[in-house]
Design a protein around this ligand. Structure first.
Ligand code: PLP
Length: 417
């Protein structure tokens, strides 16, 4: 128990919870226990206030204006880009493209990089991918005649690295994999994978960081990837906002994704020339308040400490795996060792459906998700149609995990009759 107490001390969860007004409510007469963080996280006061203050004091359109508010809005927008670049240890703020989130960042890559794909080229993805890191590549393959190759999963929800190595070769142009799986909780050994990709191919390595950036300290240069996509709403930031980090040389080599204002250098009747990166990829009036919210979210997460957040989630995950492991007929998907996984626990219970378990949990105030979690190939791989998924974040407590264990046990007994 000493470890448990120490790890909890590394993060003052009671203080953290005070920053999240939404957590302090009852649903159906029961205290809310929010365990749907892999779908979207809650927002601390600091993020909500930063967005409100921007609108109360500083809003105007960015870049074009010479007046004071336009200057302030531009400073807020570009300053937030610099903040996010520092957080990811990007070499340069020009390497951050603002997008609506991970999905748009990956669509941007698949569309723009996709224009360089040719028949016979190969794009390596895995059976673990969220549909956001799959469907855009399927569409690019459809357009170009390129071929998708799939990294398979081991029985305990890891990427089969030997098989991955066997897929890599002279035809591989893109390798697009998740940093952390939203459907299995697996933390992928991305540095090792980057080594393999470099050794065997000249391909671009893209990481879907939707579940990585909110929970792990990310240093894009140390990871060895070429591009990293992330979403604000999963990391205490606003919805509809996120970004793409990519090496400057890669961004510069890519054609624009959408046309319009902001992304041009000069427009002629028969053609246009493009703005410098990252603006080349940011057509139209951007989500300035979203950028402000992203910077506030990063400030918040770094003030708490990404390492502390990860330790805290590890503690909750270990305890949840212990408790759920005691429920008769319950199987947890993903790595058996909590150290290889993030705070995402998908499970199934014999003789019940994932939806029924989630519905009973909801009636007890426990918010979890049931379904394929936009990763249909994962449930297919394990012969399932759905799992129930509990997912933790910095504000969840050991008491909440204890309650999860009790309620899942109760639901399983009730449903089996
Ligand atoms: N990739 C992973 C691993 C995810 O978990 C998600 C969201 O659940 C996404 C991509 C898509 O993120 P967004 O909906 O914010 O674009």
């Amino acid at each position: 128990m000493a470890n448990v107490a120490n790890a909890l001390l590394s993060l003052d969860v009671d203080a953290v919870r005070k920053d999240f007004p939404i957590l302090h409510q009852e649903v159906g007469g029961k205290p809310l226990i929010y365990l749907d963080n892999a779908a979207s996280s809650q927002k601390p006061r600091a993020v909500v206030e930063a967005i409100a203050n921007y609108y109360y004091r500083d809003h105007a359109n960015v870049h074009r204006g010479v007046h004071e508010l336009a200057r302030r809005a531009t400073e807020a927008y570009e300053g937030s880009r610099e903040r996010v670049a520092r957080w990811l240890n990007a070499a340069d703020a020009h390497e951050i493209v603002w997008t609506r989130g991970t999905s748009e960042a990956l669509n941007l890559l698949a569309f723009s990089l996709g224009q360089g794909l040719r028949e016979g080229d190969e794009v390596v993805v895995s059976e673990m991918e969220h549909h956001s890191n799959l469907v855009p590549w399927q569409m690019a393959a459809e357009r170009t005649g390129a071929r998708l190759r799939y990294v398979e999963l081991t029985a305990d929800g890891r990427l089969d690295l030997d098989q991955l190595a066997s897929l890599l070769g002279g035809r591989t142009r893109v390798v697009a994999l998740s940093h952390v799986s939203n459907a299995l909780g697996t933390i992928n050994p991305v540095e090792e994978i980057a080594g393999l990709v470099r050794e065997r191919t000249g391909a671009v390595l893209i990481l879907d960081g939707a579940q990585g950036a909110p929970h792990l300290k990310v240093d894009v240069q140390a990871l060895g990837c070429d591009a990293y996509a992330f979403s604000g709403h999963k990391m205490c930031g606003p919805t509809g906002m996120g970004g793409l980090w990519a090496r400057r040389s890669l961004l510069e080599s890519m054609p624009p994704y959408q046309g319009g204002g902001e992304m041009i250098a000069r427009v002629f009747k028969d053609h246009s020339t493009w703005a410098e990166v990252p603006h080349k990829f940011e057509a139209g009036t951007p989500n300035v308040a979203g950028a402000v919210g992203m910077a506030a979210a990063v400030d918040y997460l770094e003030a708490v400490g990404l390492d502390q957040i990860h330790d805290h989630e590890q503690l909750l995950t270990r305890r949840a795996m212990e408790l759920l492991g005691q429920v008769e007929g319950l199987t947890i998907l993903g790595p058996a060792d909590a150290r290889g996984r993030a705070g995402v626990i998908p499970f199934v219970v014999d003789g019940t459906t994932a939806q029924d378990i989630a519905t009973i949990l909801d009636s007890e105030g426990v918010a979890v998700r049931a379904g394929h979690h936009c990763a249909q190939l994962v449930v297919d791989r394990y012969g399932l149609t759905a799992t129930t998924r509990a997912s933790f974040y910095l504000y969840n407590t050991l008491e909440e995990v204890e309650r999860l264990g009790q309620v899942v046990d109760m639901a399983a007994r009730m449903l089996r009759g």
